[in-house]
Design a protein around this ligand. Structure first.
Ligand code: G3H
Ligand code: ZN
Length: 332
């Protein structure tokens, strides 16, 4: 059994307290491979931002749980070597059973999400409570994120066709009964690069899709009921049009792509939302650059020359997010 403290990682408790008080949000960036991790750490060290490294069940299957865990340990040492000992959390994203949460906790994760949002309220409470009791009883306290309300879209193995907004009248009861450390809510975001159907959007002067606004009224109602409690916003990729266009220019097809505008995320980050999850934007940035490099240098076959520029682009957009969207820069 491995404790996260031995790996140099921290849980989310103190980080979230500071974020709620300071009116900013921590990045929850997903990773599956070396280049993504390098980019995340480089961006967060450069901007002096704490970071939550997220591993989904799909990532564990793809990359191997042992490798990912020791990559997180390596990330702690890499950040120090780069000159800034930023706080790093290793978090299970969308854990769907007690068993996977327990497994991650026992193998060095400092934080887990138990996503019981697809269950009826009482079952969600029972499952989340069970995970919290286990996580909180460890020698080194492991933090737990629960979810109320259903996020639509597909993310690795987790998918739902329809979203259901979080019902504010349920949050107080959920938080009290389960003992969770943070709560993911549904206010209109959904996973992936096509967050809304074209018929839900309007179009701007250039014909680009403009999504409907997030339900800040629900967020405000939730904040009133559980003041100061750490809220998590999933599905927060902006789906930058320049990456979508670059991917399409070099042969890809990403019809119907639309994300969450940055000004709305900025507004959320200033509220009790203290963690904002981003994965799709990283996938888009890397894919765009990989396609470009392959198209422009057809004789290239060194993965470092193909993935290296993609990594550098990823670093650029994550640094931008820390500074101008989340407000997490200079908070380490
Ligand atoms: O849990 C991970 C995030 O919710 C991913 O959301 O598809 O908008 O990047 P995204
Ligand atoms: Zn998510």
């Amino acid at each position: 059994m491995i404790s996260y403290a031995e790996l140099g990682l921290v849980n989310t408790v103190e980080l979230f307290k500071k974020a709620v008080k300071g009116g900013y949000a921590l990045p929850g960036y997903n990773f599956n491979n070396l280049e993504q991790l390098q980019a995340i750490i480089q961006a967060c060290v450069q901007t002096k931002s704490p970071v939550i490294l997220q591993v989904s069940a799909g990532a564990r299957k793809y990359a191997n749980q042992h490798l990912l865990r020791y990559m997180a340990k390596g990330a702690v040492e890499y950040a120090r070597e780069l000159g800034c000992d930023i706080p790093i959390v290793l978090h299970l994203d969308h854990g769907d059973s007690f068993e996977i949460c327990k497994d991650c906790i026992e193998s060095g994760f400092s934080s887990v999400m138990i996503d019981g949002s697809h269950f009826p309220f009482d079952e969600n409470v029972a499952l989340t409570k069970k995970v919290c009791e286990f996580a909180h009883s460890r020698k080194d306290y492991v933090s737990v994120e629960g979810e109320l309300g259903v996020l639509a879209g597909v993310e690795d193995d987790v998918s739902s066709e329809h979203s259901h907004y979080t019902q504010p009248e349920e949050v107080e009861d959920f938080v009290k009964k389960t003992g969770v450390d943070s709560l993911a809510i549904s206010i209109g975001t959904s996973h992936g690069r096509a967050k809304f159907k074209p018929e839900q959007c309007t179009r701007d002067a250039n014909g680009l899709l403009v999504p409907p606004p997030l339900r800040f009224d629900i967020l405000e109602e939730i904040e009133k009921r559980i003041p100061g409690f750490p809220i998590v916003l999933h599905c927060s990729s902006s789906v930058p049009v320049e990456y979508v266009q670059m991917i399409e220019k070099y042969g890809g097809k990403l019809t119907g792509s639309v994300g969450i505008p940055e000004d709305q995320l900025r507004r959320a980050a200033k509220s009790a939302v203290c963690k904002i999850n981003i994965d799709s934007d990283g996938r888009l940035a890397m894919t765009a650059i990989i396609r470009k490099v392959l198209a422009e240098t057809p004789d290239e076959f060194d993965p470092r020359k193909i993935l290296g520029p993609a990594r550098d682009e990823l670093k650029k957009i994550y640094a931008h997010k820390n500074v101008t969207v989340l407000g997490s820069a200079q908070r380490a």
